[in-house]
Design a protein around this ligand. Structure first.
Ligand code: ATP
Length: 298
């Protein structure tokens, strides 16, 4: 349902068609790139990035009539975890859409490692980013192919190592054909939580500097949930992570919490500093789970 899942889903469909049409499939984002505008002539290719992210007075609207986000300004150091919180419609997803360049700002700039992302080749930008979304995109193919999708030149050993780090290996080995088990697009036969573990395996394999996580709101059994949390911690270590956070635990552990309300940043800080400030975050926190759009527990 989130905006940034839409381009990914379109992509998934194209990818499926292409997979059946081509022998060696290309990297996914190269496929979406063919559909999108061309890069600027001078756009740079970034081989390695540290993962510093800066929004510089960014404003954006989907429709002329109304500004969706206004004057968004923040800086994130490489390796930090940022929790984006705020009521529904506050602009959390929009910030991610701009960071991943599904849209460009109307004014202001987004920088990665000091480069305005407008001047970075799209393929290069997306090579350094991985998404773990609520709905894991799966395609008709084996588990192995589904994991390898984030890095098509990965060896079987790389795939299995990523799956182990993602706590996915043990459930995969229990499937009738292990890594060669064929999944359909719905991933029937595996649980919601197991799909998340596959998404984490993929992200580990992709080895990105920047991670985008959309925490699941749906309930996942406790055992799998613990596996997910552990795998996510491994994945996030040393990478700049943006989390659309629904779990109090994630928010509490974030290096920075960006509190959004009606398209603006109303507060920034850590869980402690924000509670101490007794502002909007404090109110949301004490108003309970619905307002905050988070699930307590854990
Ligand atoms: P939620 O927690 O409900 O996902 P959010 O904080 O992620 O909310 P956004 O998805 O960024 O919020 O939406 C911000 C505003 O922009 C909302 O009012 C939303 O209705 C609007 N919006 C989002 N996507 C579009 C779009 N493609 N076209 C027009 N308006 C949109």
């Amino acid at each position: 349902s989130r905006q940034f899942t839409r381009p990914l889903n379109d992509l998934a469909n194209q990818f499926n068609m292409l997979l059946s049409a081509m022998a060696g499939a290309e990297r996914v984002f190269e496929i979406i790139d063919m559909e999108e505008e061309e890069d600027e002539k001078e756009a740079v290719h970034l081989r390695n990035i540290k993962g510093e992210v800066e929004f510089h007075h960014v404003s954006f609207s989907y429709e002329k009539s109304r500004e969706t986000i206004q004057d968004i300004h923040f800086r994130v150091s490489p390796g930090e975890t940022v929790a984006l919180v705020g009521p529904t419609g506050a602009g959390k997803t929009t910030i991610i859409n701009l960071l991943s360049r599904f849209y460009d700002p109307d004014s202001g700039q987004v920088f990665i490692d000091g480069y305005d992302i407008k001047h970075i080749k799209r393929a290069s930008l997306r090579q350094h980013m991985a998404f773990v979304l609520q709905d894991t995109f799966l395609f008709q193919g084996t588990i192995r192919e589904n994991i390898r999708y984030s890095r098509l030149d990965a060896s079987d050993k790389d795939v299995e190592e990523a799956a182990k780090l993602a706590n996915a290996h043990s459930f995969i080995m229990k499937l009738p054909n292990g890594y060669d088990t064929v999944l359909n697009e719905e991933g029937s036969g595996i649980s919601q939580g197991q799909k998340q573990l596959l998404a984490i395996a993929r992200a580990i394999l992709a080895n990105p500097s920047i991670l985008i996580l959309d925490e699941a709101t749906s309930s996942i059994d406790t055992v799998t949930e613990l596996k997910i949390q552990e795998a996510l911690q491994r994945l996030m270590k040393g990478r700049t992570s943006f989390v659309i956070a629904h779990r109090l635990n994630t928010i509490r552990n974030a290096d920075q919490i960006i509190v959004l309300h009606e398209g603006r940043i109303v507060e920034k800080g850590t869980h402690h500093s924000l509670l101490k400030a007794k502002g909007f975050y404090y109110e949301l926190y004490h108003a309970g789970t619905d307002q905050f759009n988070i699930s307590r527990g854990r």
